[in-house]
Design a protein around this ligand. Structure first.
Ligand code: ADP
Ligand code: MG
Length: 140
């Protein structure tokens, strides 16, 4: 295993319900270190570009509307096997299918408002981190 970095987003349903600290505690309990973090408001252009891979999916327009409905917290998580580990800690996309100990089982409101985003591969993690952060903003 190697030390990796992955891009995480605390989604608008999480910031609205004041859950950022509770979710960050779960990352830290699982050995993921928050090495960069900022609270930002996505625009239709930034949210649309970030989720461009889903452009043809039926939920794309609703997803973009949801992601701009309030502030998000974008963050870089670092740790052993961080990409896969964060996906485990997040749980399945649909909180009804997520394992009980996961963030989505504990906190998500719905399959759309599911509290967290996490990169799904090391290559996507690199691109997604560069989408939001300059190298000088990441402080291990
Ligand atoms: P994940 O976030 O688990 O990697 P996807 O990449 O497939 O899931 O989808 C991106 C996001 O789009 C999800 O986290 C969720 O917010 C939303 N989404 C996915 N599938 C659906 C769906 N069937 N209906 C509504 N929203 C969805
Ligand atoms: Mg995904």
């Amino acid at each position: 295993m190697a030390v990796e970095r992955t891009l995480s987003i605390l989604k608008p349903d999480a910031t609205r319900r004041n859950l950022t600290g509770k979710i960050n505690a779960v990352f830290e309990e699982h050995g993921l270190r928050i090495v960069a973090q900022k609270r930002i408001q996505l625009t239709p252009a930034t949210a649309g570009a970030f989720y461009a891979v889903h452009k043809e999916r039926p939920f794309y327009n609703d997803l973009v509307s949801f992601m701009i409905s309030g502030p998000v917290v974008v963050q870089v998580l670092e740790g052993e096997n961080a990409v896969a580990k964060n996906r485990d800690v997040m749980g399945a996309t649909d909180p009804k299918k997520a394992e009980a100990h996961t963030i989505r089982a504990k906190f998500a409101e719905s399959i759309e408002a599911n509290s967290v985003h996490g990169s799904d591969s090391l290559e996507n993690a690199k691109n997604e981190i560069a989408f939001f952060f300059a190298g000088t903003e990441i402080l291990p």
